[in-house]
Design a protein around this ligand. Sequence first.
Ligand code: MN
Length: 264
Amino acid sequence: MVSVKTTILGELLTGIVEDKLTVVDLTQTLNEETPVIHLPPPFKNTNGFKFIKLSEYDENGPVCYWNDFTAGEHCGTHFDAPIHWVSGKDGDSVDTMPMKNMIGEACVINITKKVNINPDYCLNVEDIKEFENEHGKIPSHSFVIVHSGWDKYNRNIEKYFNIGKDGQPHTPGISKEASIFLVEERDILGVGVETVGTDAGIAGSFDPPFPNHHYMHQANKYGIAQLSNIDKLPPRGALLVVNPLKIERGSGSPLRVLALVEGN
Ligand code: MN
């Protein structure tokens, strides 16, 4: 019988066990303070995470600690399934998206300097081409992760939402042209961002509104929002594993996102 160590999986496992690969957790901690997207009227809003304690070694369960919880599908680090958007209504939900599409390379595009100057900054085609000139063409079946630096605000609700004097959230996103380019020219699996949504805070006023949602989901691609620890990823080569709950016809799901990175 062939030893597992001589196989591709064996090499991967050895890499993890012997710390030749680092497993990076790209997930925000879920608790009652975890930020959730807040949309203006007429939109109905989602609930954040809430614990309902069942017992903690007490009269309700002397030997065990456990809880119920309630949470929106789009709470904390989470998945936006194609079916989340009207343009993708015939596409996959969280339970039907092929598991093969949950694993891919992360192409991490750093726009932190531009976002520091302009919080409304949207990743554009020029940024993608600049990235490709330095790091090679973005392959199909990969993720484009927008490193905006916004995760540093995830425990500061005021900064995380950055509501301006105009009442609008001023947070970075992805332009319409870049969204179309990633779908049509690069055939990626999806995009990942550090903010509450894959579109800019002010993208409700864009044409079409929320263009990243519109074009990605229309093409049966998905979104990953509220990522953490993106600064621990190299521009190319990290392997992402995305794990949505298998909610029947779910439009989204809280996620635990892992990245395997070479080296330690
Ligand atoms: Mn969402």
